[in-house]
Design a protein around this ligand. Structure first.
Ligand SMILES: [Zn+2]
Length: 337
């Protein structure tokens, strides 16, 4: 299908580290876990039910546990290193971007944020020495539950460490009160990041019905990101698809994740979304959202899309190519230091 190295642009550090490594990290740090049985732990840190999770809040609870375990410089370094090496050894992923929120890994301010970020960079550097074939970078995430000031701290850190391997910014997290999120409140954050040469990707259009479509439109217009995490709801709106195409925004689509969170009801819905995007010339790439947590691999995603008739061989190759091209790591290589 795709013989060359793969590009994975959308994977969360909290969902990218194998359960056995997370288990050891938890024990090394003396973290009190809710279970003493490894297999029960494995079910707790992954979406273990093939029927998925009832909603995104349930997914968030899984992230809470993995983020707790990754809340130290040691654990962050080991996690980044393991995720990059694992992706290359298991899937031959040669372009990889890992995203995480450093402020969800400093135990509410107990650990120093710069130490956490520099530990992630050290994990990246070690992996780069061991796997020189891989171009990897880190994306720092803001959060929809954070205040504007908190999110600004994340952006400032991303800018400070841009020369060291932080390649972009993102935002995700639950919507406060479950309401529509107003993305205009992070316009200044995004502008600052872009002006500093960082890539911008935004989680939006994964769920949320009518509001979800409005949110995508707002993001395209107000934030002008390089990429959008998910964005599948745009398939409902031809005008929006045309805006995405003319703004040259690449969607990062995570099929298994969308099925497990019920963002897409079934494989037929996945197929329809992809056919619609192909028809309307919307650029996209394929990702896992976190292979360990979602119990998938990037090559499984490509196979799934092929099997259900969502994409043919050429389209799969094009989506992978697009991933290499749309990576913020590429941009960093060409940017003046
Ligand atoms: Zn995501």
């Amino acid at each position: 299908m795709v013989a060359d190295g793969l590009a994975e642009l959308h994977t969360h550090l909290g969902g990218s580290v194998a359960s056995d490594i997370m288990w050891s990290l938890a024990h090394e740090q003396g973290i009190a876990l809710p279970t003493r049985d490894y297999w029960e732990f494995d079910r707790m840190v992954t979406v273990s039910d093939p029927r998925g999770v009832p909603d995104l809040d349930s997914l968030d609870r899984i992230y809470h546990l993995t983020e707790l375990i990754q809340s130290s410089p040691l654990a962050v370094e080991r996690s980044v290193h393991a995720a990059i090496g694992g992706a290359y050894r298991s899937q031959q992923i040669t372009t990889l971007e890992l995203r995480f929120n450093p402020m969800k890994r400093n135990r509410g301010g107990e650990r120093d944020l710069d130490h956490i970020i520099l530990a992630a960079i050290r994990g990246l550097d070690r992996a780069s020495l061991e796997y020189p074939q891989v171009r990897a970078g880190l994306i720092l995430m803001m959060d929809r539950t954070f205040s504007a000031d908190q999110n600004m701290v994340v952006v400032e850190k991303a800018i400070r460490y841009a020369a060291r391997g932080i390649v972009g910014v993102d935002i995700a997290g639950p919507r406060p009160g479950g309401d529509r999120y107003h993305y205009t409140q992070i316009r200044e954050h995004v502008d600052l990041a872009r002006d500093a040469g960082l890539g911008v990707t935004i989680h939006v259009g994964e769920e949320g019905g009518v509001h979800g479509v409005e949110e995508v439109a707002e993001v395209v217009e107000a934030l002008r990101p390089d990429r959008i995490g998910h964005g599948i709801l745009a398939a409902r709106d031809p005008e929006l698809m045309s805006a995405i195409r003319s703004s040259d925004i690449t969607l990062e689509i995570c099929p298994t994740s969308n099925l497990l969170t019920k963002a897409l009801a079934d494989e037929e819905a996945v197929r329809e979304v992809f056919r619609t995007f192909v028809e309307h010339g919307v650029p996209f790439t394929i990702a896992t959202d976190g292979p360990e947590m979602m119990r998938t691999h990037l090559r499984d995603e490509l196979e799934l899309l092929h099997r259900i008739g969502a994409l043919d061989d050429d389209e799969l190759r094009a989506a992978n190519e697009r991933g290499h091209e749309a990576s913020f790591v590429t941009r960093r290589a060409h940017a003046p230091v």
